[in-house]
Design a binder for this molecule. Structure first.
Ligand code: HMN
Length: 292
């Protein structure tokens, strides 16, 4: 899995102007991001709007990306869903499509006990012979599992790691400590990517890597070389953009930035924020101040 050790965009899903998933725009965005040095792709997660798409759309999007990537970099398909059956269907498909791994957020909306959540993950892991990366995102799912829970998961055959999306790097470290070195933990929050790496994250999966890939790839390289002061300067730089992003829905903001960078990805699906002309102008001004 050493290839996954880097900056992995949680890919925006490019749509046509009429809202259908765009084959052409997807290929263009994927090519561009590979040229910027990203380590792989994470599809159909929060950023990819997987929860606003049909199962068929998620499947066809993965097929387009697999075809464009041609094994140059690993592809992780997020298969998470509220129900186990959907996650299993998506997992079988991802295996057939040749994805490197699947990932699944803890089942959300209903409040399940940890035994049920563990069962959900085991059912996904058993669905196909493809590695599974669990996904901890308590702010979004309302489900917060303990380090002990992840220790049990890490003992399950096929469950190889965790995407950890929370600012609490202490909790992340506690999980890494009990799960052992072979369990790959990926940093979720881009605004504290360097902190996550310093604490031991194997790689980083995030949404702003769609719009600032080269900056984060550079930061990661500096980190690996032990040039921490320089890496920190890059983190400060990207965080000024993330501060601007926080004024908007992050997906709406990133689609607008991508459009200004020459990659039209269409509008996010409702109910995600639809930007007004004034908001577009404000984002254009941000993009001019941070030309990367
Ligand atoms: C995904 O699409 O599933 C993600 O990788 C989510 C990712 O961790 C992002 N978190 C949220 O969307 C809340 C971050 O990349 C986040 O957008 C970034 O740190 C800016 O806040």
């Amino acid at each position: 899995y050493v290839q996954l050790q880097g900056i992995i965009p949680a890919l925006i899903t490019p749509y046509e102007d009429d809202g259908r998933i765009s084959d052409k725009r997807t290929r263009e965005l994927v090519r561009h991001l590979i040229s910027q040095g990203v380590a792989g792709f994470y599809l159909s997660g929060s950023t990819g709007e997987g929860f606003l798409q049909t199962v068929e759309e998620r499947q066809s999007f993965l097929e387009i990306v697999m075809d464009e990537v041609k094994s140059e970099v690993p592809v992780i398909a997020h298969v998470g869903a509220m129900d186990t059956a959907t996650a299993v269907v998506l997992t079988k498909h991802a295996y057939g499509a040749g994805a490197t791994a699947v990932s699944a957020v803890t089942p959300f909306y209903y409040k399940h006990g940890s035994e049920q959540i563990k069962r959900h993950y085991i059912d996904i892991a058993e669905a196909a012979d493809i590695p599974l990366i669990a996904y901890h995102f308590p702010d979004m799912t309302g489900s917060k599992q303990s380090a002990d829970f992840y220790r049990e998961l890490s003992a399950v055959d096929g469950i190889i790691g965790l995407k950890f999306t929370s600012m609490n790097t202490y909790e992340m470290q506690q999980i890494m400590d009990v799960c052992g070195e072979d369990f790959l933990v990926f940093n979720g929050p881009d605004e504290s990517c360097l902190a996550g790496l310093a604490m031991g994250a194997f790689g980083a999966i995030g949404s702003t890597y769609n719009i600032m890939p080269a900056k984060f790839v550079e930061m990661h390289r500096l980190f690996r070389q032990g040039r921490i002061d320089e890496a920190r300067a890059v983190q400060y730089e990207v965080n000024r953009v993330i501060n601007e992003l926080m004024k908007y829905d992050f997906i709406a903001f990133e689609r607008e930035i991508l459009r200004l960078q020459g990659f039209d990805t269409g509008l996010p699906r409702k109910p995600i924020q639809q930007l007004s002309d004034a908001q577009r102008a404000d984002i254009r001004e941000t993009a001019a101040r941070f030309p990367f």
